[in-house]
Design a protein. Structure first.
Length: 752
């Protein structure tokens, strides 16, 4: 069989189509949520906080927390900024196109990273002299038969790190073969980006440096370059090192701006994060354990052992570089506190050298074309590996991992230590691979977006259209190169729009759209609920969001920091407060504080929650009152007409015990006496019921009536009164001079 005419185009379309079949509409992992939260904050507000997912601080352990409070009180992610920066175009695109949402669009990121890595693998294999079919098999094997395919469901940075490392090695190899200082700069830049994902990945520069500049290295001897001597070598080193130094400097500035130190990244080493796992435990766990062993999750990689030996015969220095990079990554993260990578599929940190390991399969695939025995073994391991990846792709990792935690690691704070010696580390029957198979047979919900609520034929059709377009573009002899590229591009654009757009009609997205509409006009929003999760990132019309858990105690340091952050952002402006508490609930200390200190404007119900709008402007000078309403007097009041509306403060006092939970009303009247706006409620939003007042007690209610800019309030007035909620009758009213007001209300001018 002859190779297709355009194998790279075929590979790109098929891999991306397959990735879309594993696509999910939102990141389930806290790491991905944090990475996306930074991108959203940067794109919309020019900040880098993760306040919008602050509720996760209550749901994670101290060592697994996604962020730390910075100098300004904001919550900042411990994850490196590189993935967030690369996600900025996805956020901008989703904000610009009404049929796209941020999370659904961002979840294309690792699918594209997987596709790009497969394409680079093909190109690299061909450059190394392997045949078209072997190179194509390498790209397909990496993208469909290794655990890389399961990470299209996440926003973890490791798939991107693997792509960047592969690119850096390609540039280094090309420099060794042909020179070109720009290739050194490109390799250094790609490694700098890699370090921007995880600072520990900067260590990967060490083997590459040795590969490039070891005294016996060929680059100094090629193309007459050796004659340039030390100066040429210094220039080469500078070209490679300059991007790395610039990246280190930028990361240092980023850390300093957030935490006041270039070395503070947000990781909680005092909470147990760090390189604390015994090396032997981590090595066993990442290589051989049924829980996270790389060969359990990637049986195909067994072929990388003979593959590397064959690869070394043709490309010795490159083979040793691949081995050194893999070993360094393995040893580094075998000692990491979370050596397993968290709630994931397989040893996450080995995703970084995985494309390079896949490259060593090329000679095995070439041998398989000549020897049936090799072909049979390779085909069996490929099939087995694909089956393993299907189990990871079809089900959410949280299902089975949750079972293990309940059974073996109920204490989350010490779970990482206990995992080292617990049965799942050694018992194949407890492997997540076996567990996922059982859950699949038990009918657990399927994870891919096109299978979540029955078969989404449109999503499925878009993915298969892309695969079909790739096959046609790769094999058709009737299509010119330009026509084949146009066909593939058209199919890709359709898929890129259709797949994320299909997520907009899901129940949670409908709920989030209702919340977004309720939080208008946009303002800083404090969401005291974990109900909406990372869906708050999809609020495209609202202002900055600070999320926290509820209920909490005022003494809870996490709650106090979130509360202070929201108040600081909204200082002198408006604040939306979203809560599931009923009005006046005694445990809702934040709402009580807002009613005591801020001007209440409106309340809107949404998704079993209450969205309350407050203005945090300072109080204007008070004026004496004197009006009386039964046992209640309006002791003083203030009225301030501002650009954005009217603020009113009413200070009540009781002359005698109140016998009922009276409620007041305030109507804003225009010059013709028509009601423009009104508020009717219990004192302090129900937190100070009138029935509990004692003689001499003072309660101040603050009201905000938003008005369009430029509204002429000349001749406007306020109508104030109190009502017995049981009978519905107004309380008898009297003017400051004691004269009765027969209509049972008082008039107070809306402006001085």
């Amino acid at each position: 069989m002859y190779p297709p005419a355009r194998p790279r185009l075929l590979l790109v379309c098929v891999v991306f189509g397959l990735a879309l079949l594993g696509y999910v509409p939102a990141p389930a992992d806290a790491d991905g949520q944090a990475v996306l939260a930074v991108a959203v904050s940067l794109a919309r507000f020019g900040a880098a906080d993760i306040d919008a997912i602050g509720h996760t601080e209550w749901l994670l352990t101290a060592s697994g927390s996604m962020g730390s409070r910075g100098l300004d009180g904001a919550l900042y992610a411990k994850k490196g900024p590189a993935p967030s920066l690369l996600l900025l175009p996805f956020v901008a695109l989703a904000d610009a196109l009404p049929w796209l949402t941020v999370r659904a669009t961002a979840m294309l990121f690792n699918a594209l990273a997987l596709t790009a890595a497969a394409a680079l693998l093909y190109s690299f294999a061909r450059r190394l002299g392997f045949g078209a079919w072997a190179a194509l098999a390498v790209g397909l094997a990496y993208s469909a038969a290794t655990f890389a395919i399961t990470y299209v469901k996440t926003l973890f940075g490791e798939p991107l790190a693997g792509l960047l490392l592969l690119g850096a090695v390609m540039c280094a190899h090309a420099f060794c073969a042909s020179g070109g200082r720009w290739r050194l700069a490109a390799a250094g830049g790609l490694l700098a980006l890699c370090a921007g994902i995880n600072t520990a990945y900067a260590l990967l520069a060490l083997p590459l440096t040795a590969y490039l500049f070891w005294p016996l290295s060929p680059p100094l001897l090629l193309n007459g370059r050796g004659g340039r001597g030390v100066r040429a070598l210094a220039g080469d080193v500078a070209a490679f090192a300059a991007p790395l130094a610039a990246g280190a400097a930028l990361i240092s500035v980023y850390n300093w701006a957030r935490f006041g130190s270039p070395f503070a990244s947000g990781y909680g080493f005092e909470a147990g994060e760090g390189f604390i796992t015994p090396l032997g435990v981590g090595l066993y766990g990442m290589l051989l354990s049924p829980y996270r062993g790389v060969f359990w999750y990637n049986p195909l990689l067994l072929l990388a052992i003979p593959g590397w030996l064959l690869f070394r015969q043709r490309h010795g220095r490159l083979a040793w570089l691949i081995l050194a990079l893999t070993a360094l990554q393995l040893v580094t993260f075998a000692a990491w506190w979370s050596w397993h990578g968290g709630v994931v599929w397989g040893p996450r940190f080995l995703l970084v050298p995985l494309p390079l390991l896949a490259l060593t399969l090329a000679p095995v695939f070439e041998a398989a074309a000549r020897r049936r025995a090799v072909l049979a073994v390779a085909a069996a391991l490929v099939a087995l590996s694909v089956g393993v990846q299907l189990l990871g792709a079809l089900l959410n990792y949280l299902y089975y991992e949750g079972e293990l935690f309940v059974a073996y690691w109920p204490d989350l704070e010490t779970a990482n230590v206990v995992q080292r010696t617990s049965p799942p580390m050694y018992d194949p029957a407890l492997s997540p691979i076996v567990g996922h198979l059982r859950l699949l047979l038990d009918g657990y919900p399927l994870d891919p977006a096109w299978l979540r609520d029955g078969v989404d034929a449109v999503h499925l059709g878009a993915a298969l259209l892309l695969v079909g377009a790739g096959i046609a573009a790769g094999f058709s002899k009737r299509l010119s190169a330009r026509a084949a590229s146009a066909l593939a591009l058209a199919a890709a654009l359709i898929a890129l729009n259709v797949v994320p757009a299909r997520q907009g009609n899901r129940p949670q997205q409908v709920e989030l759209a209702a919340l977004d509409a309720a939080l208008q006009p946009p303002a800083v929003t404090l969401v005291a609920s974990s109900h909406f999760g990372d869906g708050l990132l999809d609020l495209e019309r609202s202002g900055r969001v600070v999320a926290m858990h509820a209920p909490t105690s005022p003494a809870d340091p996490l709650a106090r920091s979130a509360w202070a952050r929201a108040r600081a952002l909204a200082e002198g402006d408006s604040l939306w407060y979203v809560s599931w508490f009923a009005s006046g609930h005694p445990d809702n200390w934040q709402e009580r504080a807002l009613f005591e200190q801020a001007y209440f404007a409106a309340e809107r119900p949404v998704s079993g929650h209450r969205a309350l709008w407050f203005s945090l402007a300072p109080d204007p000078p008070a004026q004496p009152g004197g009006w009386r309403f039964g046992p209640i007097a309006l002791e003083a009041y203030s009225i301030e007409t501002a650009v954005d509306g009217l603020r009113v403060a009413l200070r009540w006092t009781a002359s005698e015990p109140s016998l009922a939970d009276y409620a007041w009303f305030v109507h804003l009247l225009d010059a013709d006496g028509a009601v423009v706006a009104q508020q009717d409620r219990a004192p302090l939003g129900g937190f100070a019921p009138a029935a509990g007042w004692t003689p001499g007690q003072r309660v101040t209610d603050r009201l905000f009536f938003p008005l369009p800019p430029g509204t002429d309030t000349a001749g406007w007035a306020l109508r104030v009164g109190w009502v017995n909620p049981i009978s519905g009758d107004r309380l008898p009213a009297a003017a400051p001079d004691g004269a009765p007001l027969p209509d049972g209300f008082a008039l107070v001018l809306a402006s001085d």
